[in-house]
Design a protein around this ligand. Structure first.
Ligand SMILES: *[C@@H]1O[C@H](CO)[C@@H](O)[C@H](O)[C@H]1NC(C)=O
Ligand SMILES: *[C@@H]1O[C@H](CO)[C@@H](O)[C@H](O)[C@H]1NC(C)=O
Ligand SMILES: *[C@@H]1O[C@H](CO)[C@@H](O)[C@H](O)[C@H]1NC(C)=O
Ligand SMILES: *[C@@H]1O[C@H](CO)[C@@H](O)[C@H](O)[C@H]1NC(C)=O
Ligand SMILES: *[C@@H]1O[C@H](CO)[C@@H](O)[C@H](O)[C@H]1NC(C)=O
Length: 607
């Protein structure tokens, strides 16, 4: 299919989306959206990718390091069409003997691009309210005020695309979507795929159901247009997705609203995404069909172009360099970019640096557990739709995945699930929170909960995971990468805490609550000190925020806010940050006083 046709198709589908999103639900006109599902589209990419994803212009500008952050350039809007821009760039390069000065290049970029972020406007979600219901259960006055502040941050993170994006999508790197979004914050000024799961849950707890539904509808429309959801809302993320959480987003919305019709109408897109992962990311291991993270594009990551060229320098051949880019992008698809979790050195251990990335050779626990969960939810939605054949089909798919998870990833000796190393044909016995993710996904034999709980609690003890004041670190290895020691991430705390809770034993439930409360208190301390919510935190310091990796400290921050709001809603009655001892004392005084009064009132009656 030619690029031109794709561009028209995108535009056409966009217009329909805009039309239907005004007033009524996009989902109601699924048939319109469905017309734009076209398998041929998969494998090709967006028209503006010629500027933003590859080619000499991208290479020249990014290698000149015109901006501190490589992401800046690829977020700038085109002034002219991609064709004219590229043609004029060729002429410009010719006129400079293929060797422009830095100033020449700045001049070119300034006249052919407008500053980043100009395609988005701030947006105040109309369903935002001052006192959402979750605040009612928060007793501590300081925590309640914090809850209010977090609720207000949704207003700062609301964004809407200008109408021109729909009219001239080829002039932008942003992927057009019909509804406004809540962004993560910091350098992340567009929507991100897996971040949105915790944002959407936070919105639901903040009574912002319309905004949450709008974001889910955006993702459904992207699956229908693109075939899967790219890592984030930019064309340069083409070819990589992120941990598949769309199905769980729909389930969250339906749990809050009981809107079964929404679930049923989403089914086509949810099945499509599930099949995309299972078929397009499959890897055969020990006779089981499981999945791994991978990428379908070529070249360095456009938004970290120069960084990737530099880290590929140790490789001699183009083929080795290209392999390295693919490992980097596969790691980005996992959401854990970057981490020793994906390093395999020549000795088969995790010691190394980015040049040791072997993401594609590792069978990851999380992806397979999440796909199991998705199959179960799809089956559940089909039962709402009264499609018994489809229920059976997806139950069967879930069982197949579960068998693979049990036989390949469960490790009886370690007492936990472990990623599997395809190169050395062995499990990777290193702690990552995703080792426990089957608990969240319920990808384990529920009738063996007692036994699994004992093993998991033992694993937690052996790895001293309960010993960190600022939350459970992402790994126990220090590499300077942002998904390694000592950084702690809200989404992983969430999977751990909610997962352990699913074990349903007394010890596991107690630890789950402990960890949730510790996380809330530590985030509160960081907020009190810096007035910020952070992208990541520090396991070793109560109230400390994280650092390291490819870019500076980011604040905002969508998923961190979402997790705190959910845990305030769940545990808000029991958490106190304002002199906990005093509160207890007061309670017991009130308790004694009540008993005395009761005795005085009741005693005469009994006499
Ligand atoms: C997976 O999808 C990508 C892009 O959509 C495509 O290039 C690739 O051929 C697909 N691979 C398989 C195995 O279907
Ligand atoms: C794995 O998938 C391949 C290709 O779809 C199929 O031929 C094979 O039978 C599957 N194996 C198992 C164990 O399901
Ligand atoms: C691999 O093992 C050898 C021998 O023990 C050691 O000298 C070398 O440093 C190891 N390499 C890495 C990357 O750990
Ligand atoms: C990364 O490891 C490789 C292989 O051990 C080594 O050659 C390279 O110098 C290291 N790079 C950095 C930045 O430490
Ligand atoms: C689950 O555990 C029960 C009790 O140990 C066992 O009888 C059953 O076969 C297990 N089911 C699966 C699918 O492994």
């Amino acid at each position: 299919m030619t690029k031109l046709v794709i561009s028209q198709l995108l535009l056409l589908s966009w217009c329909c989306l805009v039309a239907v999103s005004q007033g009524k639900s996009l989902i109601e006109s699924n048939s319109i959206v469905q017309n734009f599902v076209d398998d041929e589209f998969e494998g090709d990419d967006f028209p503006s990718c010629d500027v933003y994803c590859r080619g000499n212009l991208l290479h020249t500008v990014q290698m000149a390091k015109l901006y501190e952050d490589s992401k800046t350039f690829v977020d700038m809007k085109l002034v002219n069409s991609p064709e004219k821009t590229l043609a004029d760039f060729d002429k410009f390069m010719e006129s400079k003997n293929q060797n422009p000065s830095r100033d020449d290049l700045i001049k070119f970029v300034e006249s052919y691009f407008s500053p980043k972020g100009t395609e988005l406007e701030e947006y105040l979600p109309p369903d935002w309210t001052k006192n959402p219901s979750f605040l009612d259960v928060v007793h501590d006055p300081d925590l309640k005020q914090w809850g209010k502040d977090l609720n207000s941050i949704w207003k700062e993170l609301g964004r809407k695309m200008k109408d021109d994006v729909a009219k001239n999508p080829d002039f932008y790197s942003i992927i057009p979507v019909p509804n406004p979004v809540i962004i993560p914050g910091g350098r992340f000024i567009e929507f991100y795929y897996w971040d949105s799961y915790w944002i959407i849950r936070g919105l639901l707890y903040s009574d912002m159901r319309d905004t949450a539904r709008g974001m889910i509808e955006n993702f459904l429309s992207i699956v229908n247009r693109v075939g899967y959801i790219p890592n984030g809302g930019r064309v340069y993320y083409y070819g990589r997705s992120q941990p598949p959480l769309l199905t769980a987003m729909v389930k969250s919305y339906v749990d809050f609203t009981n809107d079964d019709v929404f679930a049923i109408k989403a089914l086509d897109a949810l099945e499509h995404e599930f099949e995309y992962f299972v078929n397009n990311h499959s890897i055969e291991v020990k006779g089981h069909n499981l999945t791994h993270y991978r990428d379908a594009s070529t070249g360095p990551r456009p938004e970290s172009y120069r960084e990737d060229i530099v880290s590929a320098e140790v490789f001699k051949t183009e083929e080795e360099k290209e392999d390295h880019y693919r490992e980097l992008k596969a790691a980005a698809e996992s959401g854990m970019d970057f981490s020793s979790r994906w390093f395999i050195n020549e000795n088969g251990t995790n010691v190394g640096n980015l040049t040791n990335l072997k993401t594609r050779s590792i069978v990851p626990v999380d992806l397979n557990a999440l796909l199991f969960m998705n199959a179960k939810i799809i089956a559940e939605f089909h039962s709402k739709a009264k499609n018994p054949d489809k229920v059976a089909e997806y139950e069967k798919k879930a069982q197949k995945l579960l068998q693979g998870i049990q036989e390949v990833l469960w490790n009886e000796e370690a007492g936990i699930w472990l990623d599997y190393d395809m190169i050395n044909k062995k499990p990777r016995d290193y702690f990552v929170p995703t080792n426990l993710l089957p608990l969240y996904a319920k990808a384990f034999n529920i009738s063996e909960s007692e036994k699994i709980s004992a093993k998991v609690m033992n694993y937690i003890k052996k790895n001293k995971l309960d010993s960190f004041p600022g939350g459970v670190p992402n790994t126990l290895y220090r590499t300077g990468e942002q998904w390694d020691m000592p950084n702690v991430w809200a989404p992983m705390q969430y999977f751990l805490v909610e997962g352990i809770n699913n074990l349903n034993t007394k010890e596991a439930k107690a630890m789950s609550k402990d960890w949730a409360i510790r996380w809330v208190k530590s985030n509160f301390k960081a907020y009190k000190d810096g007035r910020h919510m952070y992208e990541k935190y520090n396991a070793e310091e109560f109230g400390g925020h994280g650092g390291g990796g490819e870019y500076g400290v980011q604040t905002g921050f969508g998923w961190s806010n979402g997790v705190i709001i959910e845990w305030l809603a769940k545990h808000g009655r029991e958490i106190s940050v304002t002199g906990g001892a005093k509160a207890t004392q007061l309670t017991s005084i009130v308790g004694i006083a009540t008993a005395v009064v009761l005795a005085l009132v009741v005693a005469p009656v009994l006499w």
